[in-house]
Structure formats: structure tokens, C-alpha cells
Design a protein around this ligand. Structure first.
Ligand code: PLP
Length: 376
């Protein structure tokens, strides 16, 4: 017996963890800071930590009430019906549900390149094909309706990431509206707002719901997660908000109790903890400005909790930083071999990252194997 043909499927490459790196290098974990996975440097919302402790003794029951309570709280936050809120095991779980609800075998999804790998992975599990539109490095990864529509060919779903991972660029709501207008009636445009809290831009839910001067549409959905601004990456909680017309499809595609009791209780507490989110967002804004001002290499403007840096030779620089205790993301797997992505840390962590990076750049680490880089 063998699994189905998975030869075109690729494994997700997560940012490396401190334990893993420390063990490999034979060093102590506390010598390292991890700025590789866009996690929250302030940890989880303290209210969520309390909620998880309190919920621990009730995990013998299925999370029916907790699921409903969180759905209600999110519906209230966004002023939508509960049916429109599709909870998932992480934002990634919600990506799966959107694909399950829309893809017939052979349908395609259109995804940004460079971009978040899981859109394509999930589409493939659901028997969908993957097509790409290019965000141009030379044009600062600018996101306009044209960039997306140039790549469009009747795809069932179009993924837009705003703020975009790994560049930090965003797309104006008017442009997203033009994408929705320029695609077929059967095409769903999903705006992944995993980093939505970190930008001043309004949520694309304005298009779904017909707010802020837009008329309501049944072909725009939004994705959100608790992993980034809320600091709950380890609990795995995210959701999609979909148009009211077909919100009811969730009950036919979701894994029963899509989010756990602990996740729901943590999420519920975190949604009520505005202070933690504000503090997190403020730290990220300061850090990304600081990195733009002080890194001795090109840093793209970012509206997220990370920056993309053009270092010339990403694998050498990322490895060099890691040896000096700062774990960052080599963006080769995103299709950007010259770049690293640095998550906004606490003030001290961010300063350490910049100092370490600038030392390496001054030592010429970016030029090592320059010839090899040019070839790629
Ligand atoms: C982090 C992230 C997500 C969701 O991650 P989860 O941890 O599964 O919630 C979705 N999209 C992008 C672009 C991300 O960076």
C-alpha cells in the first residue's frame, strides 16, 4: 500500500526553533533570540494565559459552548453574522476550509510569488492546481489590481496577502475591489490579513459587507489569525470571515469542533485584551522603522511585524547571524535567495539583530559566493 502520488507536494518549511538550533550547535537555548517566524515578542496576551489555565480542567468535554462563544465574540467584533465566521486550527485551518468549500478537482487557485507556501499546499491536498502571479522585487513588491489580473486565468480562488509575507507590502481596498470586479463570478478573492493588525489599512471586510463607501460583494472573504498580533501561535487558532450568502457552507466542510477548548477560551480572552494588541503593534512599528533606519542594506518598507532585507547572500548571512545567536528567516524558500526576513522583536532583540547583521555585512558576509548567487 502507498499513499496517493504526492510527488508534486512540498513540505512546509517552518522557521527554525531555538531548541532545535541550540542543540545542533551544541549551545544553550538562552543564548539565542528567534526572529524567524513573526511571533509576538511580548508572548501571549496575559488574559489568554489565565484563560488557558482555567480551561485546563474542562478539556474532557467537547468545546461546543466555547466554539459558539468565540464565534459570537468575533461576529460582534466585525459586526457580521456568526455563520460568516469560520474558525480553524490556525489561519492555515481556515485556508483548508475555504479550499474544501470551493474547489472541484482540477480547479486552480492563483497565489502570489513570492508568497506564503501554505496556499498552494492546501490547494493541492484538495485536488486543486496552483498558478502564480508575480510581485516584482524591482517594483517594491507593489500590489495593484494589474499585477494580480495579469496572472489570472479563470481561477476559482485568488489569494491576496495584505500585508504581504515576506515583503510587508499592502494592497489598497480600491485595488482589491478591481480584482474582484475583473474576475469571473465564480472566483472568490481571499484577502489574507494575518498581519492586518499591524497596518493602518482598513480590513477588506469593508468589501464583503459593503462599508466605507464600497458596495457589498459575495466574492470577497478575509482571513485572520491569532498567531501574530495576539501571540497565540502555539495554540493554533485562526478564522475566515466569508460573505453571508454562503456562510452556511462551513457546517458541511469543517472538522467537528475545528478549534479546541483551550484555543477558543484563549482566543476569547485575547479578543478582549486590546492593551496587549496595542502594545504589540507599537513595538512592531518602532522596530520596523528602526531597522529601516539602521540596517546597512536595503530594507523594504513594511506594514507588518517583520522586514525583508536584501543582504546579497541570504544563506551565508542567515547562518552567520544564527551562529551569533540571532535566528532569522532565509527567504530562499520563498523564492528570494538574496533576502532574509527579520521579525520585529522587543527593543533589545531588534537592536541585537541589527548590530549582528551590520557586523556581518561589514565583514563582507554578503559577498561570499557572490558568483553563485548571481547565477541563480
Ligand atoms: C502566519 C500566517 C498565516 C496563518 O498562520 P497560522 O499560524 O496558521 O494562523 C496565514 N497567512 C500568512 C501570510 C501568514 O504569515
Amino acid at each position: 500500500m502507498q499513499p496517493r502520488d504526492l510527488s508534486t507536494h512540498v513540505a512546509y518549511e517552518a522557521g527554525r526553533g531555538i531548541e532545535e538550533v541550540a542543540r545542533e550547535l551544541g549551545r544553550e537555548p538562552d543564548e539565542f533570540v528567534k526572529l524567524a517566524s513573526n511571533e509576538n515578542p511580548h508572548g501571549p496576551s496575559p488574559a489568554a494565559t489565565v484563560a488557558v489555565r482555567e480551561a485546563a480542567s474542562s478539556v474532557s468535554s467537547y468545546p461546543k459552548a466555547a466554539h459558539a462563544d468565540l464565534t459570537d465574540a468575533l461576529a460582534e467584533k466585525w459586526d457580521v453574522d456568526g455563520e460568516q465566521v469560520w474558525l480553524g486550527n490556525g489561519g492555515d485551518g481556515a485556508i483548508d476550509y475555504l479550499h474544501r468549500a470551493t474547489l472541484e478537482p482540477g480547479d486552480s487557485v492563483l497565489v502570489p510569488s513570492p508568497g506564503f507556501a501554505y496556499y498552494g499546499m492546501s490547494s493541492r491536498f484538495h485536488h486543486g492546481e496552483v498558478r502564480e502571479y508575480d510581485l516584482s522585487r524591482a517594483e517594491e513588491f507593489e500590489q495593484t489590481a494589474e499585477t494580480v489580473l495579469e496572472g489570472y486565468d479563470g481561477d476559482r480562488l485568488v489569494w491576496i496577502t495584505s500585508p504581504h509575507n515576506p515583503s510587508g507590502s499592502t494592497m489598497a481596498l480600491e485595488e482589491i475591489q478591481r480584482v474582484a470586479e475583473g474576475t469571473d463570478e465564480r472566483t472568490l478573492v481571499v484577502v489574507d490579513e494575518a498581519y492586518g493588525e499591524f497596518t493602518d489599512r482598513e480590513s477588506a471586510l469593508a468589501l464583503t459587507e459593503g462599508r466605507a463607501g464600497f458596495s457589498a460583494r459575495d466574492d470577497v472573504a478575509v482571513l485572520r489569525t491569532f498567531s501574530k498580533a495576539y501571540g497565540l501561535a502555539g495554540i493554533r487558532l485562526g478564522y475566515a470571515v466569508v460573505p453571508g450568502e454562503w456562510g452556511g457552507a462551513y457546517t458541511r466542510v469543517n472538522t467537528p469542533f475545528a478549534a479546541s477548548e483551550l484555543a477558543c477560551r484563549a482566543g476569547l480572552a485575547a479578543v478582549g485584551d486590546d492593551e496587549h494588541v496595542s502594545r504589540t503593534v507599537e513595538t512592531a512599528r518602532d522596530a520596523r522603522e528602526y531597522m529601516r533606519e539602521t540596517v546597512d542594506a536595503h530594507v523594504w518598507e513594511s506594514e507588518a511585524n517583520f522586514v525583508l532585507v536584501d543582504v546579497g547572500n541570504a544563506s551565508v548571512v542567515a547562518e552567520g547571524m544564527q551562529e551569533r545567536g540571532v535566528i532569522v528567516r532565509d527567504c530562499t524558500s520563498f523564492g528570494l535567495p538574496g533576502c532574509i526576513r527579520i521579525t520585529c522583536g522587543t527593543e533589545a532583540e531588534t537592536e541585537r539583530a541589527v548590530e549582528t547583521l551590520n557586523e556581518l555585512l561589514a565583514e563582507g558576509a554578503d559577498e561570499t559566493d557572490a558568483a553563485e548567487v548571481t547565477e541563480r
